[in-house]
Ligand binder design. Structure first.
Ligand code: SOE
Length: 388
């Protein structure tokens, strides 16, 4: 069988996780890796066992052997590089946020459609088997009418003033930080699960740590606390550590979510509760295999992920029998499996058969982010401007 050949741009925290997820598929091969300079590219490629190293990603885009390119670079490079990948005629899988604004993401969506390339954005939380199961339950009206959607996405890797990362600077991370970085996942996941779009928001954002201490070393995502002896530079911070957002869905369903990157003890806790007219459901990414189901007139239940107990729509996303633990890498693998099966089967990117987050979802997310920022600035409800 001829394998689909892939190139990866960027090797920070997320690039290697894409490579690992792809390698679990079998029918896709990572043949190229691009970094900001040749030496770093060669070193990383050797470390990861990838044959072709590029100090300039444009050279990789000229490699006619490569059919698909993953954009795993920092946020400010997403727009330009996604554009070039599409113009080079390659299928593209981009990290989120898709771009720095909804104007840019709209342009990318149109370009991808025009060039008929398969386009995906890595909203991986919708790929958890239990999340798919809940989506199927809601579609099959097991919860009744969805009335309320609420939850949070909390992390602690930016809790200390000495924690620093490119995501904190608007030039590299974008005008929004916590919302674009993790709020985007929360919104995508609940929109996927409920099948409804968020159309209006009212936001309150805060920078809990307004000045941070930046050291010359160790500023990677989720890096550990540095030693005491380091020299630090004080840097004023203009992006939010925290946000609370009231949301309204297209059918009038109401909700609210909080995001924070300064909540001690919460590592990567994306959670949400959905209250329906018959039942409730609650999911927390830190315990990904459990779905709490709430009742008013009988004892509550916990569904443990098990293909034998799943709806048919959710069964193919679970690869082991119940009790064989899964987690974040498995969700990423599910995303890659859907994306590459779609490419392997030569499906039309404009068809309705797409079963992964596309540039349309990336654009929807940017429109929500823009509306949240506008709502915070103006302290009023803002409609999400979206015409796709
Ligand atoms: C850092 O906040 C981060 O790596 C996000 O950028 C990812 O999208 C999220 O899945 C985990 O946390």
């Amino acid at each position: 069988m001829k394998k689909i050949k892939v190139g990866i741009i960027g090797t920070g925290f997320i690039g290697p996780t894409h490579i690992e997820a792809i390698r679990r598929l079998g029918f896709v091969e990572v043949v190229g890796l691009a970094q900001s300079n040749q030496e770093a590219a060669e070193q990383k490629a050797a470390e990861l066992g990838i044959t072709r190293a590029y100090g300039d990603y444009r050279d990789m885009l000229r490699d006619s052997d490569i059919q698909v390119v993953h954009n795993c670079t920092p946020n400010h490079l997403h727009f330009e590089i996604n554009k070039e990948i599409i113009l080079a005629g390659k299928h593209v899988l981009s990290e989120k946020p898709l771009a720095m604004s909804s104007m840019e993401s709209e342009a990318l969506l149109s370009l991808a459609k025009e060039h008929k390339v398969v386009h995906g954005v890595n909203f991986n939380y919708r790929q958890f088997p239990i999340v798919k199961q809940l989506a199927a339950m809601i579609k099959n009206e097991k919860l009744g009418k969805v009335n309320l959607v609420h939850g949070s996405y909390l992390q602690d890797w930016l809790l200390f003033e000495t924690d620093f990362n490119w995501r904190l600077a608007p030039e590299a991370g974008g005008k929004s930080r916590a919302i674009a970085d993790i709020g985007s996942h929360w919104c995508d996941t609940v929109q996927y699960v409920t099948g409804k779009r968020i159309v209006e928001v009212f936001a309150d954002l805060a920078t809990v740590i307004p000045v941070r201490k930046k050291s010359a070393s160790n500023t990677s995502t989720f890096s550990e606390q540095k030693g005491q002896e380091e020299a630090y530079e004080d840097v004023p911070i203009n992006t939010e550590d925290y946000a609370s957002v009231l949301v309204r869905f297209e059918d009038g369903t109401k909700g609210v979510f909080t995001v924070s990157q300064v909540s001690a003890g919460r590592k990567n806790r994306l959670s949400f509760e959905i209250n329906g007219s018959q039942q409730s459901a609650y999911w927390n990414q830190e315990e990904p295999e459990k779905l709490w189901i709430g009742h008013r007139d009988r004892p509550n239940e916990v569904l443990l992920a098990d293909p034998a107990l799943f709806a048919s729509e959710a069964r193919s996303s679970i690869h082991h029998p119940g009790g064989h633990n899964e987690g974040w890498p498995d969700a990423l693998k599910n995303g890659m499996l859907n994306f590459y099966t779609f490419i392997r089967e030569g499906k039309d990117p404009l068809s309705s058969q797409v079963n992964f987050a596309t540039f349309k979802d990336g654009h929807i997310s940017m429109c929500i982010t823009d509306a949240i920022l506008e709502s915070h600035e103006q302290q009023k409800w803002v409609k999400v401007k979206l015409d796709v």
